[in-house]
Design a protein around this ligand. Structure first.
Ligand code: ADE
Length: 334
């Protein structure tokens, strides 16, 4: 057989991602308070025969914001149109999406903090009054057409709520902040995913993978697939303790889920800058990494572990980070 191209592999992962995505509230593990709130909000809207209020989901990547949006759309009995902030390049792109919505439909905008500010202004009357202002023509003959839009629910997702403009933020009827899942929830997600994939996994292996999953279902499912590969290649019938440890070692992921770049980030702050504070721009240059990736992926988890603090002066490594890396703090020896 010819070797598979990366693209094919990516598509296959995309397919299993789809297969693992919960299709009902009952199958969705964790985020209990958010689910309770959403159920009430949706049920009330349905009883009134209205579209649900516009919703904002914020939180780190991979926690299930898109999945929740799918569940909201399903519950409202309709379909969902999907786009993202950077995909809406021109006013016409947004106008086309909005005028093509079916009554009661959900419009999901991912990466909402990357919506262009000019385009955002078109969203305001659309969200508030279901009106679309379209400018036709140029110069003195330009006119504004006012189009009526069908009732719809805008569901926006962002990893950076603080980057959303205040006028946009204030137009959502409810904002839900998704937090990291605890180990028990991740363990339950791993069990469910293993069942769906038809892979046997031992309880000790579940616990090891759960601890290394960064409180993030997407990471947990990715580790599970890698462990399944590892078991298969080593002729094991189930994912056991040795398989899960071997998988993490191969991926250079430690028992808390830190990857080489996470450790390097902490080592730079501690080794080169005496523990901080260090500006994020300096860290980005030292790590040769995009500043946005540092802020969106590495830092939120390191902060959740109590390893890192963001201050106005920069990033500071906390005592737990020294302990984890096995570094002796200056002063401890005195
Ligand atoms: N897969 C990804 N996120 C999940 C969740 N919250 N519950 C169950 N399965 C998931």
């Amino acid at each position: 057989m010819p070797p598979e191209t990366p693209r094919k592999l990516k598509e296959e992962e995309g397919n299993t991602d789809q297969a693992l995505r919960p299709a009902s509230w009952d199958a969705y593990i964790g985020q209990e308070r958010i689910k309770d709130n959403l159920r009430i909000l949706i049920e009330a809207a349905k009883r009134r025969g209205e579209a649900a209020d516009h919703l904002l989901f914020s939180g780190p990547a991979g926690l299930g914001k898109t999945t929740l949006a799918h569940l909201v759309a399903k519950e409202m009995g309709g379909s969902m149109k999907v786009t993202s902030g950077p995909a809406i390049e021109k006013m016409g792109d947004l106008a086309a999406i909005l005028t093509n919505l079916n009554p009661g439909e959900v419009l999901f905008i991912d990466e909402a903090h990357r919506i262009n500010r000019m385009i955002e202004e078109v969203l305001y009357p659309a969200m508030e009054m279901r009106k679309l202002h379209v400018v036709v023509g140029k110069g003195p003959s330009a006119r504004t057409l006012l189009l009526d839009l069908p009732p719809f629910t805008l569901v926006a997702a962002t990893t950076r709520e603080n980057l959303l403009s205040q006028p946009l933020r204030s137009r959502f009827g409810a904002t839900f902040r998704l937090g990291y899942y605890n180990s028990a929830e991740i363990a339950e997600i791993l069990s469910r995913s293993a069942r769906i994939l038809g892979t046997a996994i031992e309880p000790t292996a579940i616990n090891i993978l759960a601890r290394a999953s960064r409180g993030t279902p997407r990471v947990a499912n990715r580790l599970l697939r890698r462990a399944r590969d590892y078991a298969e290649v080593h002729g094991k019938l189930s994912i056991d303790e040795a398989v899960s440890m071997g998988t993490l070692e191969l991926l250079e992921i430690d028992e808390l889920g830190l990857e080489p770049q996470d450790r390097k980030l902490l080592e730079i702050i501690i080794g080169k800058f005496g523990g901080g504070p260090v500006g994020v721009g300096t860290l980005a240059a030292a790590l040769n990494e995009d500043r946005g990736v540092i802020e969106d992926i590495y830092e939120p988890y390191l902060m959740a572990l109590g390893f890192l603090q963001r201050s106005s002066a920069g990033r500071i490594a906390l005592p737990a980070a020294y302990d984890h890396l096995g570094v002796v703090r200056r002063g401890d020896l005195l």
